[in-house]
Every structure is written in structure tokens, then in C-alpha cells.
Design a protein around this ligand. Sequence first.
Ligand code: ZN
Ligand code: ZN
Length: 356
Amino acid sequence: VTAEAAPITITGTIQHQAWQDRVLPPVEQVRKGLWSIPTPFPNSPLRYVLAYLVETSGGLALVDTGWPSDESWGGLVAGVEQSGHDISEVDAVLVTHGHADHFGLARRVREASGARVALHRLDAEASTNWTSMKQFLASDAEWSRHRGLTDAEISTMRPGTSDKDPDAEMPSGHTAIDVQLEDGDRPMGAGTSLRVIWTPGHTPGHVCFAHEDYDLLLTGDHILPRISPNISPSPAFTEDSLGDYLGSLAAMANLEVDEVLPAHEYRFANLPARVQQLQAHHALRLAEILAVIKSTPGCTTVAVAEGLTWSRTWAQTTGMVRRFAIGETYAHLVHLERKGLISNASRELDAWQVVD
Ligand SMILES: [Zn+2]
Ligand SMILES: [Zn+2]
């Protein structure tokens, strides 16, 4: 869904060109003592994760790490070297949120450097919800059944996961977290340039980091220049994640920063314009969902998702992409429910209807 709003200004022009050319962008010095380091994100349409190496008066910080694979690790280590530093010098790994593409190499950086690993308390707690992949998949399958998927469909939803060791530890095991972040914290110490801004929504404990000396905002997955971040709650999360997200967005609506440094895609300026675009996207989505429920009362979440416009047809929306689409739809439904606009007759098998 595209919405009419003021355009953003792409400042990461080399990154943008690399995106168009489908290649990994180079390591770039964004400011003195601050580098963006792309790490390969294998088998993902996002292609790479942008980690940031930041010199502060409290030591060397690495914001986000990359996907837990040897290829990503190689990219991270080489990228840090290009900055003139060494991975062993990192003092703190500051993680924007508990997703594996951001957190996944944290433990490995700590092993190589002795760095402390910091994550917001809520994502640190969420990482203890499941002790194994098997347990997570069972919980995810049950959630999917309630939303209207058949067992046959569920079995196609996470291709590849069944070949993995079912007792494997989850990538974001809580044992790797040394520091739990809270809004307003300065994780590199009092008087240092990086400040935590809690931005729940994409995950309950997502944070951005404001770099106050340079007036920059490191946004993780909260705000990206091209795509709207997936708002798809984990099976254990029953709150209004879209409401949280819209609240976090609104809090940034008037934040004038020099440049936005996201964890995917490319750097840009004009944050208020991007906030407006994202708000408009979700407003359109909510209206579209209301219209589907009006025309088919009693529908499941899966049926609502099928009735929406996606970038591909529903038949082409398969595997993890379909799972995310259903999660995203559900987040919008829960938000409409909390606003009193719709209700769900059954959480065993969703049956949505408009409230008169
Ligand atoms: Zn994420
Ligand atoms: Zn991400």
C-alpha cells in the first residue's frame, strides 16, 4: 500500500545504489568515529544487516550484529577491521531488539572481545519464553490454528526448520544478555553520547539509540526507509503490538534529526516524513481490514489476510512470508478490537465481526 506523503531524502546514496544493484554496500564512515558495517543476511529478502561501530567516551560500542552464520560473522569482523578497529576492542554490544538478525552474533562478539551485551528488558525476558526450537514451533502452530490455518498449511509455513535440531537452543538465549536496557539509559556511561529510546511495537523491547553529539538516530527495524517493519506479535504476546508501534511512531513525529541510520536498506533524512508515511500506511490497512470484516462477518484472521492486498497474490505469499502476513493482519485486528471497533467471538477459531 502506498500513501501520499512528503518524500524522504536518501542520504545513504551508495547504500541505495548497492540496493538497486543487489550487492552488499561498502563499509562507510558516517561521521568521525562512527561507521556503518553491512553484514550479509543469507536467504533473506533484506539481504544485509547494517551494524554500526561507534566510538564513545565510554568505549567502543557495536550497535546490532548480524545473522548467526559464519558468512555474517566474516563480514562483521572484516568490516570492523576496515574501520581501523578490531572486533576484540568492542566494549559493548548494544542490540536494538531480540531478532536473530540483530542479536545473533552478540555472544560471538562477547567471546572475541569480552564485550557486555545489552538488550531492552522486555526482549531479554521474551527470549526466555521458549527453551528450544521444538517448543517454539509447537506454540507457533497452536497460535496459527486459532487464527484459521489447517495443520497441512502450518507444515509448509516454516520450511527448513524441521531439518534443524529440534532441541537446539533458541538463537536469542537469555544467557547471552549482561545488561537490561530501559528508556533513557546511557549504556556507555553517564555523559556519553548514546541514549536509549524505547520504541515498542516491532518487538515489545525494541529500542532506538539517539547519538546526541551528531544528532543521529539509529532506528534498528523501528523505522526503515522503504518497507514498513513487520508488526507480527510472537505467539506469547497478547497485547496490542500495533497500538504500541503507532505510539512509538507518534512519539517521533516531531523529532528533527540530522540523519536516520536504520539496520536495513539505507540512511535517510526527513524523519517526520517517514513517520507520516508509516502512519498513513497503517491507517489505510486498518480501513481495508474493517471493510473485509464488514463484508464477511465471522471470518478468521487467515480469511481477513486473504482478502487484503499484498505485494504478491495470496497464492504466491507462501512459507514465512505468509506467516508474517497473518501475524501482521492479526496485529491490526487486535488493535481494532482494543479500539472497540470489532470483536472476536472465539479465540479458539477466530470469528471477527464489526461492533455496531
Ligand atoms: Zn526485527
Ligand atoms: Zn531486522
